[in-house]
Design a protein around this ligand. Sequence first.
Ligand SMILES: [Cu+2]
Length: 134
Amino acid sequence: MKSKSNGALYVLAGAILFATLIVIWGGSVQSGTTETPSVENVSVENGKQIVQINAKGGFLPRLSEAKAGVPTILRVDTNGTYDCSSSVRIPSLRISKNLPATATTDIDLGISKEGILDGTCGMGMYPFRIEFKS
Ligand SMILES: [Cu+2]
């Protein structure tokens, strides 16, 4: 009798532990790094892929998904942008550009390979990322 009820207790404890782990895991996925990339800001214009982002107090959308292997333009819109997101850096392409406070600036990214392209503001505190997929 006693050992049987102990067994049920262990099963119950195991189930509670399991449920707790699932909840913790689910929470970390929601708040963590698995952000859904934006595709609404990506379009095609005269055979070139345009990835549009807004720069003001950081970059939005922060994560975009675009097609690899096609000529691509990063179009950055500033609108009364006086913080340091008015300067854009893409280290892997050796791009560093100061933008006017209110303007639309096209930055040629060339033909991007499959993978991740990371950019930041001038001081490196606001990130943005484009995921190129084939
Ligand atoms: Cu900055």
